[in-house]
Design a binder for this molecule. Structure first.
Ligand SMILES: [Zn+2]
Ligand SMILES: [Zn+2]
Length: 389
């Protein structure tokens, strides 16, 4: 089959690789019909995530048709159409029983590697480094799906791929970001990052009752997307974000702040950005946490800072004094996608949200490296790329 492979820092190639096979009784093989490029894939491609190896197949957002099931999978049949969640989860361990699927204790065969970086291991993830299991990803014609009796959700009506594909990651991730804010009626939520996850966080904050959502980015076309989702917007290259948010909230600051940027933040203060950039490149710190710093400093006293942007390691100049002295709550996590797929599919069916609004580019799988280039360089107003094998 054909698959999009990581061949070294900033190098991707679509290659012929062996087809996947059933390895365990609870596996299924899915023929991929749609897959997407995610912002977190850029961190892998740029070499910011350790333990990626030459030849690894990328992709953790995919859906398709079941073509084979192991003997332990009784809820799926050949021919079923499914969306596959990006965290791989067993459904039975302590974490899964608590609904914390992205920290499943049984799905990462390389847990020892992750423990060295993080103390304990999170769940295995498709196409996301050996530290997270070394699983082949879904930017391919076929994928092996472990614990297929737990993760994939069947799509039984004729909703097109583009409306349901993002149940695999970014829609639930944006939704969980808003849910962690415990939004009360009348509240204001600020979202850093107007990429697709930020756009879904904006839409979700409204679905969960926010009165006003303010979105912060520097790319006008992304801010336009956020406006279409209902947000007021701030371009941090044009205004001082802290001052602007204070002015917009009677001096209090937003009730909740969502970091949908993560580790590769850009910073309007060149000195601090350069400082982070040098430290990140020399591996003294692994993150450039400019959005997170600003989210913490901006949040009103007693508010919630919700982090859904991707982080992988250590960070520096973290405003712990602000967090502690002002009674802020910090909430975070890789999305427990399995928990949100059914209710969000229901919302899509009801027409509360049509997630396909984030798609800017559609192309065949063999053009995946080109799609990554467009997305990485924000060329051609690239917002979200969907690949079809
Ligand atoms: Zn993703
Ligand atoms: Zn589990």
């Amino acid at each position: 089959m054909r698959a999009n492979c990581w061949m070294g820092r900033d190098t991707l190639e679509v290659l012929e690789v062996p087809d996947p096979h059933i390895l365990n009784s609870r596996d299924a093989i899915v023929r991929v019909t749609s897959t997407a490029i995610c912002g977190s894939d850029l961190h892998l491609v740029g070499g910011h995530v350790p333990t990626v190896k030459k030849g690894d197949i990328l992709g953790h957002e995919f859906m398709g048709e079941v073509v084979e099931v192991g003997p332990g999978v009784s809820n799926l049949s050949v021919g079923d159409r499914v969306v596959v969640p990006f965290p791989i989860a067993c459904g039975a361990c302590f974490a899964c029983q608590a609904g914390l699927y992205s920290v499943c204790e049984n799905s990462n065969p390389n847990a020892g590697m992750a423990e060295k970086f993080m103390g304990h291991s999170p769940a295995g993830v498709f196409g996301y480094s050996h530290m997270l299991g070394g699983y082949a990803g879904g930017q391919a014609e076929y994928a092996r799906v472990p614990f297929a009796d737990v993760g994939p959700i069947k799509i039984e009506d004729d909703l097109p791929d583009e409306k349901v594909l993002f149940l695999s990651d970014i829609l639930p991730t944006g939704y969980m970001g808003a849910e962690m804010c415990d939004i009360k009626p009348g509240q204001t939520v600020a979202v850093w990052g107007a990429g697709p996850v930020g756009q879904f966080a904006v839409a979700s904050a409204y679905m969960l009752g926010a009165e006003r959502v303010i979105c912060i980015d520097r790319f006008p076309y992304r801010l336009n997307h956020a406006q279409r989702a209902g947000a007021q917007t701030l371009n941090y290259e044009e205004v001082d974000v802290l001052d602007a948010l204070r002015d917009m909230t009677g001096g209090h600051g937003p009730d909740a702040c969502i970091d949908a940027v993560g580790m590769e933040g850009h910073h309007p203060t060149p000195a601090l950005y350069a400082y982070d950039r040098v430290r990140q490149t020399t591996r003294l710190e692994t993150e450039r946490p400019s959005a997170l710093r600003e989210a913490i400093l901006s949040c009103r006293n007693g508010g919630v800072v919700s982090v859904i942007g991707e982080y992988a390691g250590m960070l520096d100049k973290f405003p712990m004094g602000s967090l502690m002295n002002r009674s802020l709550t910090l909430r975070t996590g890789q999305c427990h996608v399995q928990r949100y797929m059914k209710p969000l599919l229901e919302r899509i069916r009801r027409g509360d949200i049509d997630p396909s609004f984030v798609i800017s580019h559609r192309m065949p799988l063999r053009e995946a490296p080109h799609g990554f280039e467009l997305f990485k360089n924000r060329q051609d107003e690239c917002n979200k790329v969907v690949l079809t094998p």
